[in-house]
Each structure stands twice: as C-alpha cells, then as structure tokens.
Design a binder for this molecule. Structure first.
Ligand SMILES: *Cc1c(COP(=O)(O)O)cnc(C)c1O
Length: 394
C-alpha cells in the first residue's frame, strides 16, 4: 500500500486557478466595465475559434445556454424532443422551460451515450413529424458521432442540439476520416457548453452556445438581453432617436459579465494543456484497471475529452463508501433523468430504460482533473485495488 495520505478530500473534479487567472479578473474589475464590456466579444471570438465554429454567444450558465437554445429552435407546447436519460437534468429541463415534451431513448452500455439505433426505433414507431428535435450529450467527454445524428435528424425532420458541456476540445472521426470538434457547427444546429467549476474551463457560473447559423446567432443575442435590439436594420421605427431600442419578443437577462469572461479567456489559453493532462491521467487509469477484472471503465476513444472517468463495479455503494472513508470523494453520474420524481410525475417509470438503469446501478466517477497529482492518482488506484481484492466483496 502507498505511504501517501491525503491531507484534504480528493474530489472527482475541481477547478484550476492560476496567478494569471487572478490577474485577468483583477484587471477586468479595474476597467470601466463590470458587465457587458469588450471581454464578452473577445471570449466569444476566442471560444468560437477554439471549437471551430462561426459564432459563439456567452451566457450566464450552461442551463441558460440550453434554455435559449431550445427557445431559438422553436420549442413550444406540443413539441416533442428526445434526449438521453444519462445526463444532467438540465439537458431535459430546457425543453420543459419552453412547454415542450421530453422523450428518452436508451443508452449504448459500452459508452453510456444515447444509442442512435434506439432513437431510430423510437422515430420509426411514430408518424413523421411526431418528434421535433434531438439533444444528444457528449457524456463524460466522449463526443457523439454528430454526422450520424445529423443524418438521422435530416431523415425525420428534427433539429439537432448538442449538449457539449463535458467536451470542449473533444472530437469524433467522421466518415471521411476527418476529426470533427465538438461544437464546430458542422452538424448540430446549436451546441452548448458550461463553465461550472468542475468542467474543463471554469468561470464560476458561465456558458456558451456555438453555431454556424447566422439566423440563430442573431436570435440568441436578442434572447440573451430581454428580447431587445438596438440594431437600426432590425428596428420597426428606425428614426426615433439615438436612445431608441425595441423589445421585439420575450427574452431574458442571461448575460455573462466581463469579469467572468476575463477568467474564461485566461482559462481558455490553458485548455489544451488541461485536456492533455486529463488524457494522460485517463490513460494511466486505463492501464491500472486493465489488470483489475472487477473494475470496468467506460470505453475510451482518441478524441475523448475526459470530463469524467467512469468505472463500473459490482458493489458500487460499497466502493463509494470505502473511498469516502479514505478521503476520495467519488460521485455518481448520473441518476437517470426519467427516475427523478419530477419526470416520474410526467409519467416515466422505473424500468422504462433498462440499459440506463443497469449502468446507473454500477457506475462511479473517480477523481479526474488537471491538477490531480500523480501521487494522488496512485493513491486513488491503490484504494480501488484494495477494495476490489477483498475476498468477501469480489
Ligand atoms: C454542467 C452541465 C449542464 C449545465 O451547466 P450549468 O453551467 O451548471 O448550468 C448541462 N448539461 C450537462 C451535461 C452538464 O454536465
């Protein structure tokens, strides 16, 4: 057993803040702008360039990004949208905010991603036009094959919204053998990201929507600020005066302040470094668990962005508790959305998505974040090895 003893709990994920980050936020604080200054556009431009999209819209958090995306895509009462049960509730909730109906399809057990074959079966079992949109999630950082998702959506007339909260910097390989980055706007109508502290890029609260569609981009800018526009080309009374602006539809205040954009810009500069470290740590976990038949990690892939490192074990509750006693704070991602009391109130039942439920019964996300040290990771691996090799439990 390792001699290393942690002096503080090792969580499954955490932010990494440097002196440069602190300096960037301080400069913004001392500038003329606390809310919508020049750093908003700078963060948007740099983020769009990072993922390879034409446009990006910064918003107050990932959930606000999902809400505005659903509004811009026209979700309203009577519309039906399909997503995965293995995701954070916000991926589904955005449809409910707009009065739409959430539907689920089961996952692929090897990856825990939405199974596009299950989506196809669901689509084929209803007349065309029954469903309106699809929200796949790059769960744990493994990018969805959006080329295939797009083909399916086109065949059935659905829009495509990628929840890429777990996967900035991730990519899948398309049918031409080319890498396609999450959020690059080539396949999805819109993609969303979150800057919650456990995600790759942290701004405290924060989110981003990326797209290549100019119409959606302009609509999102209006929706982010109360539905108000000042653009003379969009005004119904263009000559009323310099102060004049119009609220043309019901929007929100979902703005991301300059101070947080400063932090985002600073963090974005280190995004590739953080991603490389996540992949290095994941490779080391892969190698360690290859020797432990009782521990089954989710499938990897070259473009995986590794927001989470998920293992599956027989006695998940036992392992969770044993790790906690040793200061390793693992987490479960996710309790299936359709099992949440709110969604059960809408008619979903336990047993509706057996693969998602079987995955949930055994999954555990173990520590993975760029500042996790080699020593800490070795300790986590030792704790897991010790647990699975106890004879009465294995
Ligand atoms: C974190 C997350 C969100 C929501 O982001 P917030 O910034 O916390 O609102 C949405 N979807 C997924 C899959 C997430 O992990």
């Amino acid at each position: 057993m390792n001699a290393f003893q942690p002096t503080h709990p090792i969580a499954y994920g955490r932010q990494h803040i440097t002196a440069d980050d602190e300096q960037a936020v301080l400069s913004a604080l001392r500038s003329d702008y606390l809310t919508q200054g020049p750093l908003v556009a700078e963060f948007e431009e740099k983020f769009a360039a990072y993922v390879g999209a034409d446009y990006a819209v910064a918003v107050s958090n990932g959930t606000a990004a999902l809400h505005l995306a659903a509004l811009a895509l026209g979700v309203r009462s009577g519309q039906r949208v399909i997503t995965t049960p293995i995701t954070f509730a916000a991926s589904a909730n955005c449809v409910r905010y707009c009065g739409g109906e959430v539907h689920f399809a089961d996952i692929d057990p090897a990856t825990a991603l939405l199974d596009l074959m299950a989506v196809r079966r669901l689509l084929e079992s209803h007349p065309k036009g029954h469903f309106h949109g699809l929200i796949p999630v790059d769960f744990a950082g493994l990018p969805v094959n959006l080329e295939q998702a797009r083909q399916l959506c086109d065949e059935f007339g659905l829009w495509l919204l990628e929840d890429a909260a777990h996967a900035p910097g991730g990519s899948f390989v398309d049918s031409q053998g080319q890498p396609q980055h999450c959020g690059n706007g080539r396949f999805a109508d819109l993609s969303i990201f979150s800057f919650h502290p456990v995600k790759h890029i942290a701004t405290g609260e924060g989110g981003m929507i990326t797209t290549n569609r100019r119409d959606l981009y302009e609509h999102l800018l209006r929706l982010r600020t109360h539905g108000i526009t000042r653009d003379p080309a969009q005004l119904s009374r263009p000559n009323e005066g310099g102060w004049y602006m119009e609220m043309q539809e019901l929007g929100y205040n979902y703005r991301l302040p300059d101070m947080l954009c400063a932090l985002g810009i600073s963090q974005l500069q280190r995004a590739d470094e953080g991603l490389a470290r996540r992949r290095e740590l994941a490779a080391r976990y892969d190698a360690a668990f290859a020797e432990m038949p009782a521990v089954c990690p989710l499938a990897g892939a070259p473009g995986h962005a590794y927001h989470l490192y998920v293992i599956q074990v027989a006695d998940r509750r036992g392992l969770y508790d044993a790790l906690r006693e040793k200061q390793v704070f693992a987490q479960v991602h996710y309790i299936p959305v359709h099992r949440m009391p709110y969604y059960q109130g809408l008619g979903w039942l336990e047993g509706d998505f057996p693969k998602a439920e079987a995955y949930y019964a055994h999954c555990l996300s173990i520590p993975l974040f760029p500042s996790l040290t080699d020593e800490e990771q070795a300790y986590v691996i030792d704790c897991i090895r010790e647990f699975v090799s106890e004879p009465e439990l294995s």
